[in-house]
Write a protein that binds this ligand. Structure first.
Ligand SMILES: NC(=O)c1ccc[n+]([C@@H]2O[C@H](COP(=O)([O-])OP(=O)(O)OC[C@H]3O[C@@H](n4cnc5c(N)ncnc54)[C@H](OP(=O)(O)O)[C@@H]3O)[C@@H](O)[C@H]2O)c1
Length: 264
């Protein structure tokens, strides 16, 4: 597979992927071509040696992997115009939300290897959770695309039928976590902290809690057991949160987001 990479749609996500690939040294800047109609906003990437162009077809022809990062309503037009540029040697990786592999292949009128990727906004700081699904890809291609997205965070390979669920847990999940942190800040101010200090304590505490799970592979309840002294303040607060519907409200929120996504 030609290891040059084309990113079609150099917006928030396309740019973040290019930055991740360069800073992790996954490939040389000159091996990346990134496109958008107004290329003025891509000058910092051009200065690093990335090929910047409005010519999508030229970008596809010069590359083996094509990352599609335009808005969902732009897919039919953009991919439709690239039909003749794609060959069986290409692999398409789409980060576009809600456009199925079958729809992408219908537009292309070709059966080529396709990956769907669902990252989240932490991709901007290379801490994304990215769920990937593959169709018609050989193990070497799967491994290559996994390593690519590992340059901007953690990766899980899933069945495409779980992509909506991945959108809720992984992408909407950032908003749920922000609300949890915001509530901690509000509580922290009520018990005496200024807003800036409360923000720092709440955000770093959540980051540390998440790192405990990621690095030690433990279950949250094991870590909770370590901080809940019998008759202590932590268990008293936790139980009150549960009496008020804490876990239940989160589960219901996740299920509601999922229903919204599948019913449209
Ligand atoms: N942001 C996220 O965290 C996130 C997470 C998961 C999935 N997604 C998905 O990722 C996709 C991109 O999201 P985004 O936030 O990066 O959007 P965005 O910032 O609007 O980027 C889309 C880019 O596509 C370019 N574009 C439009 N028409 C084009 C064309 N004909 N040829 C080449 N480039 C073209 C636009 O630039 P010009 O107008 O200059 O052409 C724009 O910069 C969306 O489908 C979204 O659903 C985003």
């Amino acid at each position: 597979m030609n290891k040059r990479i084309a990113i079609i749609g150099g917006g928030n996500l396309g740019t973040a992927i290019a930055e991740g690939l360069i800073s992790s040294r996954f490939c040389k800047p000159a091996d990346i071509t990134i496109t958008k109609r107004n290329t003025a906003t891509l000058q910092s990437l051009a200065k690093k040696g990335v090929v910047v162009t409005p010519d999508n077809a030229a970008a596809v022809r010069s590359s083996g992997l094509v990352i599609l990062a335009v808005k969902p309503f732009q897919v039919a037009d953009v991919l439709g115009n690239l039909r003749s540029a794609f060959t069986q040697q290409h692999m398409l990786a789409s980060v576009v939300t809600g456009v199925l592999t079958g729809e992408l292949l219908d537009i292309l009128k070709k059966k080529i290897p396709v990956c769907r990727a669902m990252p989240n906004t932490a991709i901007a700081i290379r801490e994304s959770m990215t769920c990937l699904s593959f169709s018609h890809a050989v193990p070497e291609q799967v491994d290559y695309v996994k390593r690519l997205f590992e340059t901007v965070g953690k990766v899980a390979v899933i069945d495409e039928k779980l992509m909506d669920a991945a959108t809720v847990l992984g992408a909407c999940g950032t908003a749920y976590a922000m609300r949890y942190i915001r509530a901690n800040i509000q509580g922290g101010i009520e018990i005496g902290f200024d807003a800036v200090t409360a923000n720092l304590i709440a955000a770093q505490t959540v980051k540390g809690a998440a790192e405990l799970l990621l690095q030690k592979g433990t279950h949250p309840e094991q870590e909770i057991d370590k901080v809940t002294t019998p008759k202590g303040c932590t268990i008293a607060g936790l139980n009150e949160m549960e009496h008020q519907g804490f876990s239940s409200s989160l589960i219901k929120g996740i299920a509601t987001s999922y229903q919204k996504i599948i019913k449209g």
